[in-house]
Design a binder for this molecule. Structure first.
Ligand code: HEM
Length: 519
């Protein structure tokens, strides 16, 4: 029997188990992988395709065959198990996504094209661009300025085999499509082997969880080893990320919307700012510390956490404000796995400022405290939780640790990149307007958030000169910081540099595999 809408909205008590999928069996076989859990491969290649004119029938033929190579959610789980049990590596991981223009090129009728509004507009649309605070299209990477029809994601732990697969696919596509942009992604790791992003923070900790294994693992990292009484429940219903595929061939054919954004990180400028916040930055002429920083006694790591909301090792800033960070976590839990917290003990943002990236992108109940709609705190929290996204980002650019003289984060001689490295941000959701777009525009970019004038998210908040959120001339952003951890005295600081630069992106749909086999 087909799944009902209710089946998707209800949170299965302990998550979906691909080893014993029950009524979710058809869904998992027809759904692309990477949506319900990240593909987990160390290296990936992303090919942005523009279909060549006059090739509709040939392309459809190619897609039909290619669909057999796409990794389903079920296959992803089966291969992961095989690897866990017998260390046998799986096939290359493959995803295929389409834009609205891609669907149109392939002659789908309007009612067959997934209906989400931002998806239909596309990311280059002026209204969307202004909503998100994105720069004009002429400033994007040249390839991403082009009309994009599809995105292919190919991932593998073995780089040689990855490149062989990519070469084979590009040869097949030669007559049918042009690769207008290629982005190579990788998983950056710190000295402890944890997954980090270019600023050096452990990443990918807090995610909505759908599958039994992930849920059990997260539960074991809560203080009480159960969800009841925990401060944060990371489980999520399938309706957070899945929508019916209008072209699916089974009753349980689902897809998901993908937001893709290339975000360049100026790591040097970020480090300069954490030093500046920590009162370490020296005046160029006198060599004396600048007076403008905070009173945090040169604790640069605290300076960085005051922007991110977690320390580099993952410790939530709301829990700890000093060097003694790796303490007081549940047994065997590393800070980079820890997610059982909220801001109930920090309602004024004196420990973890409201502008910090993790607080703005997941307020964990903050918005309920100022909700004027008459909702109970539980209802407000439920609405807030519906804005969550499934993040699947990878790093791009210089993988300095793989260079012969490469230095890892924190090692002496590490040279922070300024340009051409960053986060290739990907996230899945069921409703782009209510999820990614809301998070970026109503939370990250907003100057008022829970309180007035807290400032934009220093990591991803986007402001453009003249939009009222920034200094008119420079586009610089201001934030309100407690001068020390827990202090009631705050200081408004204008960051002298912007360190995350949007380089282009697009909205895609991940069609069900059966819709592609029958295209
Ligand atoms: C969490 C970095 C872009 C949404 C985090 C964390 C880090 C981080 C270090 C904490 C670790 C974790 O919980 O996984 C960055 C960097 C970015 C970036 C360096 C850009 C260069 C974005 C964008 C969005 C976003 C564009 C969406 C608008 C989130 C969310 C969380 C998060 C939802 C989880 C917060 C929580 O649940 O506590 N990010 N991020 N990030 N980020 Fe980002």
């Amino acid at each position: 029997m087909a799944l009902t809408e209710k089946d998707l909205q209800i949170l299965p008590e302990n998550g979906i188990d691909p080893e014993n999928p029950g009524k979710y069996a058809d869904l998992l076989k027809d759904l692309q992988g990477n949506i319900l859990r990240g593909h987990g491969r160390d290296s990936s290649v992303h090919l942005f395709l523009q279909f060549k004119p006059g090739q509709v029938q040939e392309l459809k033929k190619w897609i039909k065959v290619f669909a057999n190579k796409i990794t389903s959610a079920q296959k992803q789980a089966d291969e992961a198990k095989l690897y866990r049990d017998k260390k046998i590596a799986g096939d290359p991981f493959v995803n295929f996504f389409l834009t609205r223009k891609g669907y149109e090129y392939l002659e789908f009728k309007p009612f067959q094209i997934p209906g989400d509004q931002p998806f239909r507009f596309g990311m280059k649309n002026d209204t969307i661009r202004k909503l998100l605070g994105d720069p004009v299209v002429e400033k994007w990477d040249p390839g991403l300025q082009e009309e994009i029809h599809a995105l292919l994601l190919i991932a593998d732990d073995n780089v040689v085999s990855l490149l062989q697969t990519v070469n084979k696919i590009t040869r097949e596509l030669y007559r049918l499509a042009q690769v207008v942009h290629r982005e190579d992604g990788f998983i950056l790791k710190n000295e402890q082997g944890e997954h980090i992003e270019h600023f050096g923070f452990v990443d990918g900790i807090s995610q909505p969880l759908f599958l039994k294994r992930d849920i059990e693992r997260a539960k074991s990292k809560t203080f009480n080893k159960k969800w009841e009484g925990s401060k944060w429940d990371s489980r999520a219903p399938l309706s957070l990320v899945l929508v019916k595929d209008p072209n699916g061939k089974s009753e349980d054919s689902y897809g998901s919307y993908l937001v893709c954004r290339k975000l360049e990180q100026d790591v040097k400028a970020f480090i300069d700012t954490e030093e500046y916040l920590a009162d370490l930055a020296k005046d160029k002429e006198s060599g004396l510390p600048l007076e403008s920083g905070l009173q945090i006694k040169g604790d640069v790591e605290l300076g960085a956490a005051l922007m991110m909301g977690r320390f580099r090792d993952g410790t939530p800033l709301t829990m700890k404000g000093s060097e003694l960070r790796r303490t007081e976590l549940p047994d065997d839990t590393k800070a980079g796995e820890f997610d059982d917290f909220n801001y109930d003990n920090d309602t004024q943002g004196l420990k973890c400022p409201f502008h910090t990236h993790v607080r703005k992108t997941n307020p964990r109940g903050d918005t309920g405290r100022v909700d004027s709609s008459g909702d109970t705190p539980e209802e407000a929290l439920e609405k807030e939780r519906n804005h969550r996204i499934a993040r699947r980002a990878v790093s791009y650019g210089v993988d300095y640790q793989s260079l012969p003289d490469g230095k890892k984060w924190g090692q002496k001689g590490f040279k922070p990149p300024v340009t051409d490295s960053g986060l290739f941000f990907l996230c899945f959701q069921a409703d782009i307007a209510n999820q990614f777009n809301f998070m970026q525009s109503a939370w990250a970019n907003a100057n008022n958030f829970v309180q007035v004038n807290v400032g934009v998210d220093p990591i991803i908040g986007q402001t453009q000169p003249g939009d009222g959120r920034a200094d008119e001339a420079t586009g610089n952003r201001t934030q309100k910081y407690p001068i020390a951890w827990g202090s009631e005295t705050t200081k408004t600081i204008c960051n002298f540099n912007l360190w995350v630069h949007f380089k282009g992106g697009e909205y895609f749909f991940a069609p069900s595999i059966s819709s592609l086999k029958n295209i």
